[in-house]
Design a protein around this ligand. Structure first.
Ligand code: SAM
Length: 322
């Protein structure tokens, strides 16, 4: 697989406390001086563009809480070779920033919403912010940060009822958005039992029982492991990212840059590479590029598929960037 997609966690801080990601008190934040500066991120993206990276996605933590995020988009969008800069956000702060992000060169946004019910949303995120997140979706569509994709993680006992799943999937009936179900995976910040996980095959059955048979639609060639479907007469699509029930390593086209400057070829498997120390030691472009090239060449070896034990290595989602 051609590795053309870089996800950058620009901060490990977040304005929500999702039970399955960064519950209250579960994480120690990385000191500010250990977080990559905009100059360092810009330099790495420039070098990676020279190695074949074409798409960059800013994530976190919550990327919109990073001070100056619009400026970062403005710096990254014109880099030669970069075709798109997009963001993954919980959408809570998006509405007032959407037009500025678009003007700075952002392509599109993924917005994470796990429930359309006020009470469940608050229970899962710790905040009563569903109306803000929904207005973020509408604003993103209005200013053209499209196609908007909604990311939802279903957790048993929290938002796995037929009504909850139907309401999430149902957004694709009226709006030209892709609603994507991401299988919950364990991380180091919480101890949800294995039984919290709902496989996407079950979610698909529930959706088909309410919205009709889903018909497969082609995904873009840079969409990686997501697979997309359409419900009858829907304006948008429904996607599934089945990182837990399927081993999709052969279609994984991404590299990750953590907020503290480590490059990870695989979300689940070791190793990662400390680029920040190399950059801060005064290394020249050629030296940094050599390391990036060797990481890209070796990506295929460091996958869950190739791990002797196909277990999840526990990690902090908000510092790596989900
Ligand atoms: N704050 C932003 C947001 O909410 O989209 C970006 C960071 S968040 C870590 C990125 C994505 O990772 C979200 O869609 C979130 O639902 C997903 N995520 C976080 N923890 C997860 C877990 N344990 N399993 C599966 N997906 C997870």
């Amino acid at each position: 697989m051609n590795v053309n997609y870089l996800r950058i966690s620009v901060t490990d801080r977040c304005n929500l406390r999702c039970t399955y990601c960064s519950p209250p008190g579960a994480c120690d934040f990385i000191p500010h001086e250990e977080i990559l500066t905009f100059e360092e991120i810009e330099r790495l993206v420039g070098l990676l563009a020279g190695c074949g990276i074409r798409k960059v996605r800013l994530t976190g933590g919550e990327p919109l809480v990073r001070k100056g995020i619009v400026e970062l988009v403005r710096r990254l969008a014109p880099i030669e070779g970069i075709e798109e800069v997009s963001l993954t956000t919980n959408g809570v702060l998006l509405a007032p920033m959407a037009a500025e992000l678009k003007a700075a060169g952002a392509g599109r946004v993924n917005i994470s919403i796990d429930s359309m019910k006020l009470q469940t949303y608050q229970q899962m995120t710790g905040f009563d912010a569903l109306p803000e997140a929904i207005s973020g979706i509408h604003k993103a569509i209005e200013v053209g940060l499209t196609p908007v994709r909604i990311n939802s993680v279903i957790v048993k006992g929290l938002n796995d009822s037929v009504e909850e799943i139907e309401a999430l999937a149902g957004m694709s009936m009226d709006l030209a958005v892709a609603v994507r179900f991401i299988e919950y995976c364990p991380t180091d910040t919480h101890t949800s039992p294995a039984s919290s996980y709902v496989p996407n095959s079950e979610i698909r059955c529930i959706i088909e029982s309410r919205l009709g048979t889903l018909v497969s639609v082609p995904s873009g060639d840079m969409d990686g492991p997501a697979v997309y479907f359409k419900a009858p007469s829907s304006a948008g699509t429904i996607g599934f990212i089945s990182g837990r029930s399927l081993l999709f390593c052969p279609t994984c086209n991404r590299l990750r840059l953590t907020s503290d400057g480590r490059v990870k070829p695989c979300l689940y498997a070791a190793p990662d590479y400390d680029l920040k120390t190399l950059l801060r030691s005064g290394a020249g472009d050629e030296q940094v590029r050599d390391l990036l090239r060797s990481i890209l060449r070796g990506k295929g070896q460091f996958t869950r598929v190739n791990s002797a034990v196909q277990e999840f290595r526990r990690f902090s989602m908000q510092s790596i960037g989900g």
